[in-house]
Write a protein that binds this ligand. Structure first.
Ligand SMILES: *[C@@H]1O[C@H](CO)[C@@H](O)[C@H](O)[C@H]1NC(C)=O
Ligand SMILES: *[C@@H]1O[C@H](CO)[C@@H](O)[C@H](O)[C@H]1NC(C)=O
Length: 221
């Protein structure tokens, strides 16, 4: 009887400790050609969003780094950047909003940006901590029918790309929701708790099209 109880407890604790395996993208060097296209689950027709990722890079403040690029034939609809001066920013149709936050570096940072068209409220979360709110592009809608790529700026739609803006380092866990998540959910995500998956991009199931020198590494969380 006692043995069964022990075995039962062992089984339960093994289940609880089970780690989640997740892919991450490593861009080992600076190129004008390596990128990953992410195929969305539904069109990016957005009046609000939360975009999250985990990122680490050793690139210093000498240049800009593109972290996320969504472009239609017409415009750069939604881009996320590390600026030359270290600020983080996102752009909706070429208009930026900047956040003066601590530098991202070689240790992984959990990053989210949120935006809501009805109020224009824009904010950034770094490792679960929320920035000030800025008012940005009230009434705007992000347009569908474009491409999302990681690793290069999509300015020229399909290249050649500017190596001087490319991403070098590790990036993954990229999820996009068509709504603003609660502060609590973003904190939970940062601390590794399971939260409802992204409904535009769910990193666990999103199809990735790898181009060039990008290594997909499977890690245990
Ligand atoms: C892209 O990079 C390769 C290798 O570094 C170089 O030979 C080529 O000229 C570059 N192309 C453009 C358009 O910059
Ligand atoms: C890279 O970009 C930075 C900032 O825009 C610029 O100062 C630098 O000259 C560029 N380097 C090259 C090699 O194009």
């Amino acid at each position: 009887m006692r043995l069964y109880a022990v075995l039962f407890l062992v089984a339960i604790s093994t289940m609880l400790a089970e780690s989640v395996s997740i892919n991450t993208l490593v861009f080992p060097s600076e190129t004008n050609s390596s990128y990953v296209e992410m195929v969305p689950q539904k069109p990016l027709n957005l009046r609000a969003f939360t975009l999250c990722m985990r990122v680490a890079t050793e690139l210093t403040g000498r240049r800009e780094i593109v972290l996320f690029a969504y472009r239609t034939q017409r415009a750069d609809e939604l881009n996320v950047w590390r600026e030359l001066d270290g600020r983080l920013s996102f752009y909706l149709v070429d208009e930026p909003v900047f956040f003066r936050v601590p530098d991202i570096g070689a240790l992984q940072t959990h990053l989210c940006v949120t935006w809501d068209s009805s109020s224009g409220a824009a904010a950034l979360f770094m490792d679960g901590r929320k920035s000030l709110t800025k008012i940005f592009k009230k009434g705007h809608t992000v347009q569908p029918r474009g491409k999302v790529i990681i690793g290069q700026d999509l300015d020229s739609y399909l290249g050649p790309f500017d190596a001087n803006q490319s991403f070098v380092g590790e990036i993954g866990d990229i999820n996009l929701w068509d709504s603003v998540l609660s502060d609590r959910m973003i904190q939970d995500m940062f601390s590794g708790k399971r939260v409802p998956r992204g409904n535009v991009f769910d990193w666990e199931t999103t199809q990735l099209k790898i181009n060039g020198e990008v290594v997909v590494v499977n890690t245990q969380q």
